[in-house]
Design a protein around this ligand. Structure first.
Ligand SMILES: Nc1ncnc2c1ncn2[C@@H]1O[C@H](COP(=O)(O)OP(=O)(O)OP(=O)(O)O)[C@@H](O)[C@H]1O
Ligand SMILES: [Mg+2]
Length: 444
């Protein structure tokens, strides 16, 4: 999962994100460097710390998108978090250490997923046996030897029959009774806030609260799912999962810190004490410290941090000098051009044009975008970005929505048909709005 070369990583990113070559290369190298480090003898491994990245670029040009795709691609534990969410320790809000706990949770689910794959087959076999048990409960033991032997033989035959019917899928709707464990967390602690409580309070509650089991009548099909979960849980060694997750998070974890420009003092009015405080709290975590989580201690030495921000009103140099120094790799993302917009509309697998076409298809309406329509949309997006505010590729979303507003409304009543969106269609629907600066400020 980690053995993609930088070139392969960039190629994968290229499938979703247009341009931004430098940023793609930087993250690709950083990811590959983790892989390289893992191949070194242990004493050398400890010496090599990741080179954190700072992505700088205007809004809507792909910063978050690169990080999001990267995470999917590498399979490494990954979280994305807005720097603005944090408050300095002691204030109400999330403390920065919570991101490490979140990263570990993410690693746990990754490891658990892998472990499940390993035990799946065994669990499935056990589930079938348990279903047979439920469908053909053992008869009470008799005193008479001969009789009970008889009964046992009969029971075995019934079980065989049930097993065969079960395998043939004939019993899916039969009702059986299963017991379901319910974890009860006291009412007053549910709702928000709980995950923000100190690291282990939730775990503590789960331990001290009595476990309720409830018996419920369900169909065999449902029971299979419930029992499967139970068997998987039983077969997976939780301690092992926790240890592996801690290991994974601390060696390969990636934390994407979005909106870092918003925690500089230059943003907002005056010197904001709390923002400076957040920066100060971030320092040790980025530098390398140990954080306690409910699964154990995590060292942050080798976690890769990718920070991103538009830095419109502030500059990276407005960050605390110590923090600046911890993000040695700077990459700039560039403004998107008209040509980029054309490619964004056309190329990615998840391109907006494809998304809308797929949505309309569910109504039986086929939508086709001609080349000149795509160019016209790109033109308008670029122009509106220039005249009003530059919101990057997000502009395409508002344009698209406006363009297809009528069709989106009507499609359900159209029955079926084909709609070709060409330049004339685009200009008819958007021309006026795009021409009028005041209008486009509101609408596009
Ligand atoms: N270069 C690009 N190629 C393809 N799609 C893009 C590109 N840049 C942005 N987009 C699309 O635009 C949307 C916004 O992009 P993204 O979330 O990456 O912005 P951002 O750079 O993080 O901006 P912000 O500073 O506001 O957080 C996404 O849905 C993404 O798909
Ligand atoms: Mg973003």
């Amino acid at each position: 999962m980690q053995d993609l070369t930088p070139r392969q990583i960039v190629a994968e990113l290229d499938r979703h994100i247009v341009g931004q070559k430098d940023a793609k290369r930087a993250v690709a190298i950083a990811v590959r460097n983790r892989w390289r480090r893992q191949r070194l003898p242990e004493e050398l491994q400890a010496e090599i710390t990741p080179k954190n990245i700072l992505m700088i670029g205007p809004t809507g040009v792909g910063k978050t998108e690169i990080a999001r795709r990267l995470a999917k691609l590498t399979g490494a534990p990954f979280i994305k978090i807005e720097a603005t969410k944090f408050t300095e320790v002691g204030y109400y809000g999330r403390d920065v250490e919570s991101m490490i706990r979140e990263l570990v949770e993410n690693a746990i689910s990754l490891v658990r997923e892998q472990e499940r794959k390993k035990v799946e087959e065994q669990a499935r076999a056990r589930v079938e046996e348990r279903l047979v048990d439920l469908l053909a409960p053992a008869p009470p033991l008799g005193f008479d030897n001969e009789q009970s032997q008889d009964a046992a033989a009969r029971h075995e035959r019934t079980r065989e029959k049930m097993r065969a019917m079960l395998a043939a899928g004939e019993l899916e709707n039969r009702k059986v009774e299963v017991s379901i464990e319910q974890k009860s967390v006291p009412m007053m602690f549910t709702g928000g806030g709980l995950e923000q409580m100190d690291f282990d309070i939730q775990g503590m509650f789960e331990k001290i609260m009595p476990k309720h089991t409830k018996r419920r009548e369900v169909t065999v099909a449902e029971a299979r799912k419930i029992l499967f979960e139970q068997e998987c849980e039983a077969l997976i060694n939780q301690e092992k999962v926790h240890a592996a997750a801690i290991d994974l998070a601390s060696n390969l974890g990636i934390i994407f810190l979005d909106e870092v420009d918003k925690i500089t003092a230059a943003e907002g009015k005056g010197a904001d004490v709390s923002r400076q405080g957040v920066q100060r709290d971030l320092l040790p975590i980025v530098e390398g410290t140990t954080v306690q989580t409910k699964y154990g201690y995590v060292s942050t030495d080798h976690i890769l941090f990718v920070a991103a921000g538009a830095f419109h009103r502030s500059k990276p140099s407005d960050l605390m000098p110590e923090l600046q120094g911890r993000f040695p790799i700077r990459v700039e993302l560039t403004d998107l051009t008209r040509e980029d917009f054309i490619r964004i509309l056309r190329e990615p697998k998840n391109a907006l044009t494809r998304q809308y076409a797929a949505l309309m298809k569910t109504e039986g309406v086929e939508v086709e975008f001609t080349d000149d329509a795509i160019e016209a949309m790109a033109d308008i997006a670029f122009r509106v970005n220039q005249t009003t505010q530059n919101i990057g590729a997000r502009r395409l979303a508002t344009i698209m929505e406006r363009l297809l507003e009528e069709l989106s409304f009507e499609a359900a009543d159209m029955g079926s048909g084909k709609v070709t969106v060409n330049a004339a269609y685009v200009n008819q629907r958007l021309g006026d709005v795009a021409e009028d600066e005041d209008l486009s400020r509101f609408i596009l």
